[in-house]
Design a protein around this ligand. Structure first.
Ligand SMILES: N[C@@H](Cc1c[nH]cn1)C(=O)NCC(=O)O
Length: 427
């Protein structure tokens, strides 16, 4: 395949669709929660275990997947991930018990973990350097449409055709994607299957240590860590209960605020992609500013006496939403701080940051809500949410400190003219 704009776009669209469907599967449980509690006869805590397990598996798989992509190429790993997700979702559709459904969900998390890194690797191989930040942002941004698709059609399908058929229908999307990967995807222009060198355990350790030793990779990790946990915790689990029980909104308004968050992602993604491409030296300044604004708006919401007004909650949904695309800036640090053959493993290291922070936050919010709620009830009072959401300050303080530290260290080893030259070069 020649590196024409058409072939690069075709490869990207297939990769993007695979990622979008992975986001769909990842998010589908957010709307199927009630149906899941009835089907498996489980409590809210057992339902939350699905989300936690999925985040845990996703985060734990990032480095092995990154290494696999550097060794076997995106095409092979993406194909494996798609088959895994398809079989696991079919298993989830048919699982007769909670424990088997949990096992299926573990494999959904594994397949999911294999998609994003592959798509970013394809983008970096197929697009000219100056276009990579924008196409990377568009990938993250458009991929979130999978969460939108999970909300309305999935709610409808669960109601109209029931659990098994709805989940089997979504699993069948994987068959189409498998065919598209086989027909359209090449790892790089002129290279159908990219194969990196086989690495011994010692070589793997050395390569990971080399990525981690570069302050730019660590800066990327802490950027990803600091920016996305608020959005992930709200969209995957706690947003709806926070708006309804913590802020006294109706379920319709709470749903609308979660949609505002997705709209903010859609608008901010391309703008940040352009900004990073045009001003690579200021990537960390952009992240420091965005995280400070997120923490500032949360502070106003949490300090507001009684329920916060709706306009303020809309502002909160917008700024928290911007944190999602802001986390993608971390991947750009990984790209410009590592050689091509370490690209995917560096991306895996960085991608762990935000998902580890999200996992810690999701669990901590649950624990604090239980601690601050009288008795065994899960009717959490607004005061309990104030305590629980304040757990974010610990993560922001740690994240901002580390971003600032590694920005100073990275700037010492990176040549500004060279960096601006790389990203502006016409590839
Ligand atoms: N922060 C996300 C992607 C994103 C982009 N815009 C909003 N969210 C991320 O790290 N993605 C990895 C993944 O697997 O989704």
């Amino acid at each position: 395949m020649k590196p024409t704009v058409r072939t690069a776009t075709a490869v990207w669209i297939v990769g993007l669709l695979v990622y979008l469907v992975a986001v769909f599967h990842r998010s589908s449980l957010a709307v199927a929660g009630l149906a899941a509690t009835e089907r498996f006869d489980i409590s809210a805590a057992q339902l939350a275990t699905f989300t936690m397990l999925q985040l845990l598996v996703y985060a734990a798989m990032q480095i092995p997947v990154g290494l696999a992509v550097d060794r076997f190429g995106s095409r092979s790993v993406l194909l494996t991930g798609t088959i895994l997700i398809t079989v696991a979702q079919a298993g989830f559709a048919l699982a007769p018990s909670y424990s088997l459904a949990l096992v299926a969900r573990v494999f959904v998390g594994m397949g999911d973990a294999m998609t994003f890194i592959c798509v970013l690797r394809l983008v970096s191989s197929w697009f000219p350097a100056r276009r990579i930040p924008l196409v990377t942002q568009l990938t993250g941004t458009l991929g979130q449409l999978g969460a939108v698709a999970a909300a309305i059609p999935m709610t409808w399908a669960l109601r109209e055709v029931g659990w098994t058929r709805a989940y089997l229908a979504t699993a069948s999307l994987g068959l189409l994607l498998t065919a598209a990967i086989l027909v359209v995807l090449w790892d790089a222009p002129g290279v159908r299957h990219l194969r990196g060198p086989a690495m011994s355990l010692t070589a793997v350790r050395t390569s990971l240590a080399a990525s981690w030793a570069h302050p730019g990779t660590r800066l990327g990790f802490w950027m990803h860590f600091s920016t996305q946990f608020s959005a992930t915790a709200l969209s995957l689990l706690w947003g709806y209960p926070f708006f309804v029980r913590g802020e006294g909104l109706s379920s319709g308004t709470a749903g609308a605020l979660l949609t505002v968050m997705v709209l903010a992602v859609m608008c901010a993604g391309p703008i940040l992609g352009w900004l990073v491409g045009a001003h690579p030296w200021h990537r960390s300044t952009t992240v420091l500013a965005i995280v400070s604004v997120i923490a500032g708006v949360w502070t106003v919401v949490l300090a507001w006496p009684g329920n916060a007004p709706l306009w303020l909650l809309v502002v909160l949904a917008v700024v928290v939403g911007v944190g999602g695309p802001a986390s993608m800036i971390g991947f750009d640090l990984g790209r410009t701080s590592n050689p091509a053959e370490r690209f995917a493993s560096a991306t895996g290291i960085i991608n762990q940051g935000g998902f580890l922070a999200s996992l810690v936050l999701v669990i901590t919010i649950g624990l604090i809500l239980d601690w601050r709620t009288p008795g065994d009830s899960d009717a959490y009072p607004p005061e309990a949410f104030r305590w629980a959401m304040s757990a974010q300050y610990v993560l922001w303080a740690l994240g901002l400190t580390q971003v600032y530290r590694y920005r100073v260290k990275t700037r010492r080893v990176v040549d500004r003219d060279e960096l601006e030259g790389i990203t502006r070069a016409v590839g």
